[in-house]
Write a protein that binds this ligand. Sequence first.
Ligand code: GLU
Length: 509
Amino acid sequence: MEVRVRFAPSPTGPLHIGGVRTALYNYLFARQNGGKMLLRIEDTDQTRYVKGAEEYIIKSLQWCGIEIDEGIPVGGPYGPYRQSDRKAIYKEYAEQLVSNGYAYYAFDTAEELDEMRRKMKVQGVPNPQYNSISRQYMKNSLSLSEDEVQKRMEAGESYVIRIKMPRNEEVKINDIIRKWVVVNSAQLDDKVLFKSDGMPTYHLANVVDDYLMKITHVIRGEEWLPSTPLHVLLYKYLGWEESMPQFAHLPLLLRPDGNGKLSKRDGDMMGFPVYPMEWKDPKTGDVSSGYESVGFLDTSFINMLSFLGWHPSDNKEIFSMDELIQSFSLERVSKAGAKFDYEKAKWFNQQHILQLEEGVLLENLKTQIQGQAHAYNDNDLLKICSLLKERIQFISELSNEASYFFKSPENYPEKMLRKKCSAEGLAFLAKINESVSLMSDFSGNALHTLFNSTMEAEGLKMGQVMPLLRMALSGTMSGPPVFDIADVLGKESVQERLKLALERFPTYA
Ligand code: GLU
């Protein structure tokens, strides 16, 4: 049987990274099994519809490299794939449930429902529900006479269709990740399946569509686990038990400290995005950053997401999408919530930068330094990229990290300079400067040899002179090997910088 999975977001706002992870796990599972990945838009709740959200979802999945085989926006044989376009399909199933005694019409107004809850609270029921007990006292086709129901319908009174939840029945779910989950129907309420506005609720539409679209595996967030017993009963009552999909409920994404679900507010407070791409709220105009806009590579973003709930059987951490498709398994997804770790996310980005072709870094560096005068050719710039790539977490940091290649230092780390500026040290630098000016074949290696022999001849130690040379050439104490820097700078720049240092350093001595 062909594996068919779906990602079924509601367009109620931008996709949260937890949603992208759900899409990713579905995609990996589909690809691994040679199956199909569907995108279905669940927009039955028109009051929560947000303009632009659907486009945002599509764009984000594209950026991540999660390809949709069927559904929105590509189409397919089981369409339409947007629930608001399938409106006509659901009523018949709701009616079928009523005729078979599994659901009923309910006429209660909002005030009557409030009143019921209020009364039950007074009687000491902490969590009042419309269920097998309370339904007897409400206005529905189980409590009212047939005539009365008929009359109300004919008068055009608005009604909903509710499931008739059995009073005491064990509902068993065999979840791939959680194994057996057993819930007694006494815990469940008579959920609305069909609303008075002619639209199905999420529950009915979700089950009907999964059935009609021949979905074999429902892989979704843990927040849907409490709804699953209802879904299982719907499959049974609609006579679809045989084709019920297998369920896999993914662990929650938790805040970095493990205290509760990761929210947009946590991201704002701790300074990291919770959306894949930048999102502009259509109502407020507020702009929220996304992983793409702050400079994450698509490959590192999905690698990072893949580890939020799953890990392979060995210690390998860096995965491409193809490697994830090979290695992923639902059986290795944990039940426990996955703590989000932004530092780790940045580490993944750093690792993926190292895997990039250097040509990509070169093009980025060239864009970043556009308009800046310098004497480097592509080969030099490529060397700069390869020297600095280990030192950046975002490609956008490249030009900043490389700044000393383009400009002679203006200041130096004062404390360090004061510590290292001895008379011998300065004399050493002056000697190096002299010898460099006589060199006919300058290179980083040649400077290295010269440096070592001069140091030996003068009886000086590395720690006395190396920091001076480094500061003279780059104005900083951190960076790639000094002679590699010198090699890229070339003879003229090295001389110019030594000269500047020899003028400036004595004031620190
Ligand atoms: N529309 C639901 C959501 O927004 C889908 C849940 C499911 O996958 O069944 O996540």
